[in-house]
Design a protein around this ligand. Sequence first.
Ligand code: ADP
Length: 270
Amino acid sequence: DPAVTLSLRLLPYSEELWLLVARDVSRLLQLEQMRRDFVANVSHELRTPLTVLHGYLDMLDPAEQPEWAPMIDEMQRQSARMAQLVEDLLTLSRLESRAELPNDEVVPMAGMLAALRREALALSQGRHEIDVVDDACVDLQGSPKELHSAFSNLVANAVRYTPAGGRIRVSFAREADADGGVGVALSVTDTGYGIPATHLPRITERFYRVSNSRSRESGGTGLGLSIVKHVLALHQARLEIRSEVGSGSTFSCHFGAARVRTRRPLEHFA
Ligand code: ADP
């Protein structure tokens, strides 16, 4: 029956016997699909009313009504946050429903790194020392929009969770991949708060946060690292997190040789 999905496990039973355990997971997969559809539909329905509210709120000028200024300011901030949340939810459901990349093309990394640098500078507003280093001088094969959203989530987190005066470094370097080929890693290192080891296994789950108050104040949506994880999976890439409380974190995206493209020399001058 094509509608039935079985999960099979082979377990050693004795010297000569193996045990085959078959579990019908069709209902589970169906429920998972319903959950995804529901989240996608709700997010989609929220988008229009939010856009309207956000648009009108943005037209209010706090300078014209000084006594309302703090309220207008807060409403604008919160509506922007809600709009970002809805966008992130939509991005995540798009990613979850895909088995393959939406686009698979050469992604010019010189431009990507320059964009990440601009974003880090804009978010940091001079509060951190920002370094972007390209030691790999190669490009990636993949989906430009998705890769950009993954990398910029890591950069935004580094800025968010690093107190003023800290250092943020984005580096792109070659390394041996799992099959001994020439892979690359894009790493974002910060000298921020760090993440306690007990939280690391769950950190890429939706809405999972180490400290709710700090994360919420920081303006994130709680979906950033889930987006990163999905984008990397679609590129057969791996996310590695190293972190130490009080000294900082490194988030590395490891890509295999199949995703590496040599850069055309002229691009350096483009
Ligand atoms: P958020 O929008 O809350 O930042 P993410 O999914 O991007 O959501 O991250 C999940 C949680 O992981 C954050 O709330 C924060 O607690 C922790 N985290 C992520 N990046 C860092 C970092 N660079 N340094 C310290 N903690 C981090």
